[in-house]
Design a protein around this ligand. Sequence first.
Ligand code: PNS
Length: 159
Amino acid sequence: MRRAVCPGSFDPITNGHLDIIARAARLYDTVYVAVMINQAKKGLFTVDERIALIEQVTGDLGNVKVESFHGLLVDFCKQRDIPAIVKGLRAVSDFDYELQMAQMNIGLTGVETLFVPTNPAYSFLSSSLVKEVAQWGGDISHLVPPVVLDALKPKLERR
Ligand code: PNS
């Protein structure tokens, strides 16, 4: 049984995340999507809302499990016997920090990190930019799944 994890904040999930998860799901028997809880970061969506959105947009893949975790990613992996972390690399600017984390993680428990080049259509995409553009009325319909677009509207109106 080959297992991998795609970790992140997913506040909210974008088409860029979904592309990486779908590609990982073609390579592994089971892909865990780990919504990592960072109490220092106040999210727009609650963790349960993020999980519900990810479950809706990954359900058709058939081999994706979505969970939240409070702690180190390596402990999430150890508890589930996951040997590989799959991450998307958007641009060279992602590389420094991703390399640091990958080297820290392999040093901690031996878990490997595999980098997948992001689809160029999404190389500029981040959850933060999506929220900022949506907040000012910009069109983000090509950047997030339709359920995320619908979920964003009431959140941003309330602000
Ligand atoms: O979507 P993000 O916020 O860029 O994802 C970053 C994330 C959650 C993958 C990273 O911060 C992480 O792995 N956090 C879990 C805590 C941890 O293991 N920290 C040590 C990293 S070497």
